[in-house]
Design a protein around this ligand. Structure first.
Ligand code: SF4
Length: 400
């Protein structure tokens, strides 16, 4: 079993908005206190759809990192890096492509969806077909066991798990595996070795899952084993080979309900966003221009909050007392729409205030941002190199 690790990334597509904050970043900020986290700029993924116009990728990547830092991602807690600065992702992607059946990629649900959604682009490219595999490589290179995803991305995690099983089955049987595993058992010491063998027999002969859990706990408490021996013992226990790649698990995250300025989901493609670092007067202007319940033509016309996009923002930014004030005031025409919008403006500005402050700090020191990225890339690369050593060895490519 490998160490717990969270991996998540974002494509650099321009300034992040409050939908990104509520849907992804607020969760990252929470996760960074719970697990070792790796957050990466998926610049190669941006190229799968923007291959014909990559001019903004670099600038967007750097700006996006500032957005993350502004949102509260802490470089002392989480590793922040850029995908293309860790070329091992590409190597693993290539090696996995050798054993990935074409049909698996064609069946990934987002493949056809995206092609249809982005019909103005020619996405019948090799890179686009392979992007789910690149995503798998992103996860597997860090042996990340926790991948925050929405429900719609679950098939992708399952795809990655299948890939791991196929890989470990094909390449996990290193030459002399049995002998090496027996050697590793001896290193447990006689008492623990006996217990390990008993548990292994219980599982392999009777399918006793509790025995597997006990054996995992036993191995977890032994400090002096090398990573390779530990993985051999896990594989030997369950009758498989060495687990070279680790099956990732999904950390199911709730879909963001962050509404945009028109009541639809906040999204750049709907042109209804407020960016994370949007200027204060622009926030106020945008909210004041929001459409309201069409029944409120005059100030004296009563309205219905359910028919108004501003009400949806009250759900995010207002407390119960304020929401009761809106309900009462709207239905009785006791308040005007401009009054009603003010607490939303205040709520957004309050949320953005610490982000603005953090962003200012990092914008004033671009070298600091570069250093954070460089350090993150180095840390990520060290982990990626470790995995690639095992992968190369398993695939007969170790020339050292
Ligand atoms: S009072 Fe508020 S909820 Fe009612 S229509 Fe105006 S903005 Fe919408």
């Amino acid at each position: 079993m490998y160490a717990e690790r969270v991996l998540s990334g974002m494509r650099p597509t321009g300034a992040l908005h409050l939908g990104h904050y509520h849907g992804v970043l607020a969760n990252w900020v929470k996760l960074q206190h719970q697990y070792p986290c790796l957050f990466f700029v998926a610049d190669w993924h941006a190229l799968t759809t923007q291959y014909d116009d990559p001019r903004l990728i670099h600038q967007n990547s750097m700006e996006m990192v500032v957005d993350w830092l502004a949102a509260g991602v802490d470089p002392n807690q989480a590793t922040i890096f850029i995908q293309s600065r860790v070329p091992e992702h590409a190597e693993l992607h290539l090696l996995l492509s050798m054993m990935t059946p074409l049909g698996w990629l064609e069946r990934v649900p987002t493949y056809k969806d995206q092609q249809e959604k982005l019909s103005s682009k020619d996405l019948s490219t090799y890179g686009f077909l392979g992007y789910p595999l690149l995503m798998s490589a992103d996860i597997l290179i860090y042996r990340a066991d926790k991948v925050p995803v929405g429900e719609d991305q679950l098939p992708h995690v399952e795809f990655t798990r299948e890939l791991v099983r196929r890989f470990n089955h094909m390449y996990g049987r290193e030459p002399g595996f049995e002998e090496k595993a027996r050697e590793a058992v001896k290193k447990l010491g006689s008492k623990r070795a006996r217990l390990y063998d008993e548990l292994r027999t219980r599982f392999q002969e009777k399918g006793d899952k509790e025995a597997v859990e006990q054996a995992h706990a036993l191995l977890d408490e032994i400090q002096h084993l090398s990573v390779a021996d530990r993985e051999r013992l896990f594989g030997y226990l369950e009758g498989t080979g060495k687990m070279i790649l680790a099956e990732p698990g999904a950390l199911l995250t709730e879909a963001s309900r962050m509404p945009g300025l028109d009541g639809q989901k906040m999204s750049k493609s709907y042109n209804n966003t407020i960016t994370l670092r949007e200027a204060e007067d622009s926030v106020a202007k945008k909210v004041r221009s929001m459409p309201t319940d069409p029944a409120r033509v005059r100030r004296t016309d009563p309205g219905d909050p359910q028919k108004c996009p501003v009400w949806q923002l009250h759900q995010v930014y207002s407390d119960d007392a304020c929401r009761a004030w809106v309900q009462e005031g709207c239905k009785s025409a006791g308040i005007g729409c401009i009054d009603c919008k003010q607490p939303v403006i205040d709520g957004i500005l309050k949320e953005q205030a610490p982000m603005r402050e953090r962003a200012r700090y990092y914008q004033e020191d671009p070298d600091l941002v570069k250093r954070i990225i460089n350090d993150g890339c180095e840390k990520a690369r060290d982990l990626a190199r470790e995995t690639m050593r095992d992968v190369r060895e398993a695939m007969g490519l170790d020339y050292s």
